[in-house]
Each structure stands twice: as C-alpha cells, then as structure tokens.
Design a protein around this ligand. Structure first.
Ligand code: NAP
Length: 316
C-alpha cells in the first residue's frame, strides 16, 4: 500500500474509486468491497441515480410486484456498505493519471486510487426552449414522481415519446385531470407494453408530429407554444405543468481528453468495461452500448468491479 500512496492519508487513498451512485456504481461498490478492496463511491446528488426518481420499477428481477426506484437504490446501498463500501458526497471535476495511480479531483478535495470506475450515468436532456429554465419549479419539471401530486386535478403535458415519457404520463394520470403527450413523430419509441397501457388510459391524449417551441407563463406555467412539424400549424395549449422526458445526456464533460468518448459523449468500452486507459473502467448509462436499464447498469457495475480487481491484482 505505502508504495502506491506515498503522500496520501488512508482516508484519501483507495484501491478503487467509483464515480456515481446509481445501480452501476452501487453494484460495482458491492463487488469491489466484497472482494476485499478498499472502495470509495463518490456521488454528487442522491444515492440511487436516475432510477431513484422512478415511482415503480417493474422490470428489475427479484421484485415480482415491482419496487420503487428509491427503495431499490437504498437497498443496493445498504447491501454494499455492509461489505465496507465508503460513500462520499462531492462532485468529481477531473481525473489525472499519475503513473500507476489515478488522482480524482472533487469539490471536496483530491483522492487517489489504483483503479477508477466511471458510473456517473446521465442527466435528463433539456428542451432548450424559451421559458424552460425560468419556469423550472414553477410548472416545468423533470420529475413526475416528485412533482406530480402538486398538479392534482390540473391539465399537464409530457414532452417525449420514449419509455420515460410514457411511464411518467401514466403516473401523472393518477393525479391530474388530463395529460397531453406531445411527441415530435407519429409513432412512439416506448416499449409496446407501455404504449398499450397509455392508449388505454382515458386521461392521456397524444399530440403527434408536434414540438414545443416555447413555454409560456409569468410566475407559473400557463401553456406551451406548439408547432406541428407536418402542417406548419402553430397553436397554444393551456397547461399548468410541463414534464420533459426527451432522453438522457451522459455526465462526461469532465472526462474529455481523459478517456475515449464517442460523438454523443458516451464512454467507449469493451465487454470487460475497460475504457482503453489502463485502470479506468466505465459502467452503466455513461458508456456507449449500454442498454440503459437499471439491471444492465448493475451488470456492467459487477463486470467493471471484477475487471478492476483483476487489474489491481495484476499490478501487485
Ligand atoms: P429515449 O428512449 O431516448 O426517448 C427520448 C424521446 O424523446 C424520443 O421519443 C425522442 O423522439 C424524443 N426527443 C428527443 N429529443 C427531442 C427533442 N429535442 N424534442 C422533442 N422530442 C425529443 O429516452 P427515455 O425515454 O428517457 O429513456 C432513456 C432510456 O431509459 C431508454 O433506454 C429507456 O428504455 C430507459 N427507460 C426505461 C424505462 C422502463 O423500462 N420502464 C423507463 C424509463 C426509461 P424520437 O422517438 O423521435 O427520437
């Protein structure tokens, strides 16, 4: 150990540092800590990652009645800390490769590790239209589970046509009087089972071939300005809430020039979750070829931790 970390105290030096506390990072933490490696997980937000916002996860094996995303994250965390995983709340700002070690720079100081697993996932994409930023928390939301109950008996819209948009529209239909789903094409990207449920829900109405050009409102959202991309027709739809689910953007800005990224900013890995930089691995939504499911992220995390262990043992 001392050869590896000449200048760091043990609280700042680990075998493995994991960046991100979603299913990928937590599973990597479980495998790494359970393998006897000193392991630190650094998370800037809440433990659980994106899935912690999901009201109900129905496709994580082992939970035949489903489980809330929040509970899933908490259970994973409990299981990993039982084997000695340490967690630290900070944002990682950069990583420097220092011969055999990696220096992880965070808002709360620097840490050293023999191996790093990048599992920072992704963030919900922004529409980038007028009114969006200004009205966040005043009708614009990216979390139906958190904010849905505030819109009881009101009319809201969801923007997007993927699994997230449809899942959250179904969730919102429990509270609101009406949900418009605004999608830029005439066909959903969401899985068939979700589509069928949404088409059968009388409170959900689809607005096809349409994009949101602006979100209107002074102190609170009052409506959305729409453009039909097929006919060119413009219209205004009165809504109190706008829930935006138009996909994910990887959290990799700080990794440019450190590990290979694809054009979309996703980390390129092989099947062993190796990034091409010895000792740096990636797992979950942050990597290219991820299926972007909680269960595949967890699988990636396990693979990355096994690879990190093999890498460290090989160095010793
Ligand atoms: P997604 O699958 O990438 O879908 C994004 C949707 O937003 C697409 O319908 C896309 O339209 C639309 N879109 C993208 N950019 C847009 C823009 N600028 N303006 C208007 N619409 C835009 O993203 P997601 O639904 O967030 O899901 C992400 C991943 O998580 C997926 O792999 C999904 O399967 C997974 N997920 C799974 C579940 C579940 O299993 N229950 C729940 C949530 C998420 P186009 O279709 O025209 O491209």
């Amino acid at each position: 150990m001392s050869d590896y970390y000449p200048t760091m105290t043990t609280e700042r030096a680990y075998d493995v540092i994991i960046v991100g506390g979603g299913p990928a990072g937590l599973t990597a933490g479980l495998y790494s800590a359970r393998a006897g490696l000193s392991t630190l997980l650094i998370e800037k937000g809440v433990i659980g990652g994106q899935v912690a916002n999901a009201e109900l996860v129905e496709n994580y094996p082992g939970f035949p009645d489903g489980i809330s995303g929040w509970d899933l994250g908490q259970l994973m965390h409990r299981q990993s800390i039982k084997y000695g995983l340490k967690t630290h709340n900070a944002e990682v700002k950069g990583i420097e490769v220092k011969e055999r070690l990696k220096l992880v720079k965070t808002t709360e100081g620097e840490f050293l590790a023999k191996a790093v697993i990048l599992a920072g996932g992704s963030e919900l994409a922004k529409l980038g239209v007028a009114g969006e930023e200004r009205l966040i928390g005043r009708g614009v939301s990216y979390c139906a589970t958190c904010d849905g109950p505030l819109f009881r008996d009101k009319v809201v819209c969801v923007v997007g046509g993927g699994d997230a948009a449809v899942t959250e529209a179904l969730f919102l239909s429990r509270f609101v009087s009406k949900v418009f789903v605004i999608h830029r094409r005439s066909e959903l990207r969401a899985s068939k089972i979700l589509q069928e449920r949404a088409f059968a829900e009388p409170k959900i109405e689809f607005i096809w071939n349409t994009v949101v050009q602006a979100i209107a409102g002074d102190d609170e959202v009052s409506g959305v300005e729409l453009l039909n991309v097929k006919t060119g027709e413009r219209s205004t739809l009165k809504v109190s809430g706008v829930f935006i689910y138009i996909g994910l953007r990887p959290n990799t800005n700080y990794l440019k020039g450190i590990v290979p990224l694809d054009d979309g900013g996703l980390i390129v890995t092989n099947g062993r979750m190796e990034t091409g930089v010895p000792g740096i691995f990636a797992a979950g939504d942050i990597r290219r070829d991820s299926a972007r499911q909680a269960i595949t992220a967890a699988g990636d995390g396990a693979t990355a931790a096994l690879s990190a262990e093999r890498f460290i043992r090989g160095q010793e």
